[in-house]
Design a protein around this ligand. Structure first.
Ligand SMILES: NC(=O)c1ccc[n+]([C@@H]2O[C@H](COP(=O)([O-])OP(=O)(O)OC[C@H]3O[C@@H](n4cnc5c(N)ncnc54)[C@H](OP(=O)(O)O)[C@@H]3O)[C@@H](O)[C@H]2O)c1
Length: 310
């Protein structure tokens, strides 16, 4: 069975560089089977979860089904915006659903506090259709709550997701614990070079979500990617994933197909070895050549401070 290399976090813990994404619109039974297969058969030791995905119970069932001890699996989850003033409550629900008493990594899912009494509860909107953002909540206070969870021993490392440089800098001014990671939309069409360099300078590891372009993997047909794949007898998915791994970015590909789950891990590692400097440079330049694109765009009515938000 394949195993994944690990990357050292600034918290002192190590994170496997490949994790299974668990966001899903698929049938719940499929997700538990996919999780069990990934851990038991394909060698994954890292799962990327979130309270808002609504399927953490199913992921927990998959972990149980795999028979692999909890201590051998790196589990991440994320606090949702409606819980920014009661982070531990969100964590407790996640822990109960996953069937564990600690997380390896807990992230602020988006730097956007939402009205906790809003309607509908998880996706609160105002009558005009805008997100019901709670502008009275300070991200620095939410981070303090994250830090308290580390002190309590309920989470080993804490980090961010969807934080631009400006938002990270805002937190760092008062943070006692430097975030271990920032999970971002990262792929050949949204490489965020400047943000990656900034994170590196602060010792914050970048994690790539939607590395294949999200649902239906639209990046697989990019002609540069397919040409490089053909040259090395790899699949396009391997090139997309290996490109990120070669840049020391943690990748979180999602699949509910056993064949693709296994192939993504094996192929990503093979591609990271095979891609040479000029191919990496070519892939690094795709977005700037006119292909810049994000696939996950929330209309938050908050300026997140990203380059190329839409
Ligand atoms: N922090 C955040 O805000 C955030 C946002 C989005 C995602 N995420 C995390 O990142 C993970 C990955 O992102 P994502 O789920 O948006 O998308 P993704 O991993 O880029 O792509 C998933 C899609 O690609 C297909 N696929 C997977 N491997 C393939 C292969 N080898 N060949 C062809 N198709 C393949 C999957 O279909 P099959 O299942 O049929 O294989 C699925 O439709 C999520 O699951 C979640 O854990 C986090």
């Amino acid at each position: 069975m394949m195993s994944t290399p690990k990357i050292k976090l600034n918290s002192g813990f190590e994170i496997p560089s490949i994790g299974l994404g668990t966001y899903s619109t698929s049938e719940t039974a499929t997700v538990s089977e996919a999780v069990a297969y990934a851990i038991k058969e394909a060698g994954y030791r890292h799962l990327d979860c979130a309270w808002i995905y609504g399927n953490e119970k199913t992921v927990g069932e998959g972990i149980q089904l795999s028979g692999v001890p909890r201590s051998e699996i790196f589990i991440t989850s994320k606090v949702w915006g409606t819980y920014h003033t009661r982070v531990e409550e969100c964590l407790n629900e996640t822990l109960a659903n996953l069937g564990t008493d600690y997380l390896d990594l807990y992230l602020i899912h988006w730097p956007v506090p939402l009205n906790q009494n809003g309607n509908p509860p998880a996706f609160p909107k105002l009558p005009d259709g805008q997100w019901d953002v709670d502008r009275s909540v300070d991200l620095r206070d939410t981070w303090k709550q994250m830090e308290a969870l580390v002190k309590k021993g309920k989470v080993k490392s804490i980090g961010l997701s969807n934080f631009s440089q400006a938002k990270v800098e805002y937190l760092l001014e008062t943070a006692e614990i430097v975030p271990a990671v920032n999970q971002l939309e990262l792929h050949v069409y949204n490489p965020q070079h400047k943000l990656l360099a900034f994170l590196k300078s602060k010792g914050i590891v970048a994690q790539a979500y939607s590395p294949l372009g999200s649902t239906n993997a639209p990046l697989l047909t990019d002609e540069t990617v397919t040409a490089i794949a053909a040259k090395h007898s790899l699949q396009p998915a391997h090139v997309l994933l290996g490109y990120l791994l070669a840049k020391d970015i943690v990748i979180l590909p999602r699949s509910v197909s056993n064949t693709r789950i296994a192939s993504n891990l094996k192929g990503a590692l093979a591609a990271a070895e095979k891609l040479d400097a000029s191919e990496l440079e070519h892939l690094d330049g795709l977005a700037a050549s006119g292909k810049q694109k994000r696939f996950v765009v929330f209309q938050w009515s908050v300026d997140l401070g990203f380059d190329n938000w839409v």
